[in-house]
Write a protein that binds this ligand. Structure first.
Ligand SMILES: [Mg+2]
Length: 332
């Protein structure tokens, strides 16, 4: 008999999550708790939700050689807060579990802690606990808590046909850093900017209060991959206008042609901006609200009835590819 022994590398991270989610039961969810499938879990507290999210990074997969311990410390806090932001939450605190090689220098550990403190305090919270264990490679896992009003929560579901799709900030910084690393042209600044993610915590809270947002997620795995995830979740399609996508300066510095530019802004992770669908009649208000806190919000396309994701370029229309960063699918 033929037995199929699938490996995680054959199915990828998202299917792996589906397998786990199908086994775990949802019978005992506390009241209106929101479980697996959004950027955070949300526990029902009556008028509000307690948001909980966890994110792990490991030396081999996430931390480029030459990264400073301060930047690594910043990064583990920042990526967790980005998930709190994706749901419109106000961060409350974070715990961090550290897997540490025993040969790690004490100075490295001190600077790692400094970096964690810097990021947490930038967003008005503290690291409130954690755990340390001996481990063969540096592995950090953060678990962040936040709170959001039930009326204000932003979720991955809710996109409506006709909504404007918009992103905060500029895209491609993460992608350009990967390119530089691959070409071995990276500088200390490249690695610094890759790890010094600035989660859109303030922008998200401001947007959540406008009631203009129909759905939201953070773009940790790349724009195209995020679009596909939202499309599947909401049973809609997206029409993205390539020329409207706001591009990070680093992309222009390194890309040599349009294909490379597209790779960096569409198909690479690591940007941690917010991707939102916004009621068409409220888009100006949303842009203004984000501008008032010093950030840009840029419309890049529309939600469509046709369940296809397309890219409009100067040459016409083409299919947006369903690719981006996905764990387990990388090189093995
Ligand atoms: Mg996320």
């Amino acid at each position: 008999m033929l037995t199929i022994d699938l490996k995680l590398k054959d199915i990828g991270e998202r299917e792996a999550i589906e397998i786990i989610a199908n086994i775990l039961d949802t019978e005992h969810l506390f009241k209106d708790t929101i479980g697996i499938g959004d950027d955070c879990a949300a526990l029902d507290l009556g008028e509000r939700y307690l948001l909980v999210t966890t994110d792990v990074i490991a030396e081999k997969t996430h931390i480029p050689r030459g990264a400073s311990p301060k930047d690594i410390g910043w990064h583990i806090i920042a990526i967790n807060l980005s998930d709190i932001a994706a749901m419109g939450g106000r961060p409350l605190g974070i715990v961090v579990a550290l897997g540490l090689p025993k040969i790690l220098s004490v100075n490295f550990l001190k600077e790692l802690a400094e970096g964690m403190k810097d990021c947490a305090s930038e967003f008005g919270i503290s690291v409130i606990g954690g755990d340390t264990k001996e481990h063969e490679q540096l592995t950090l896992c953060g678990t962040a808590f936040g709170v959001v009003g039930k009326e204000e929560i932003m979720r991955r579901e809710g996109a409506k046909v006709g909504d404007v799709i918009a992103v905060t900030g500029k895209l491609g910084r993460g992608g350009s850093a990967y390119y530089a690393l691959e070409r071995k042209t990276e500088s200390k600044k490249t690695i610094h900017s890759l790890l010094r993610v600035f989660p859109r915590v303030i922008e998200a809270q401001v947007l959540a209060k406008t009631s203009s947002v129909n759905c939201c997620m953070d773009i940790s795995d790349g724009l195209a991959s995020s679009i596909y995830q939202l499309g599947k979740r909401n049973d809609v399609g997206f029409e993205i206008d390539l020329e409207k996508i706001p591009i990070a300066k680093e992309v222009n510095d390194i890309s040599t042609n349009e294909d490379e530019l597209k790779e960096m802004i569409l198909y690479h992770g690591g940007d941690y901006e917010l991707l939102l669908t916004i009621k068409r009649e409220r888009i100006k208000e949303a842009i203004e609200a984000v501008k008032n806190v010093g950030t840009s919000l840029t419309p890049i396309g529309l939600v469509t009835k046709k369940k296809e994701n397309v890219l409009i370029t100067s040459k016409g229309m083409e299919a947006l590819e369903n690719k981006g960063y996905e764990h387990f699918r990388g090189e093995v």
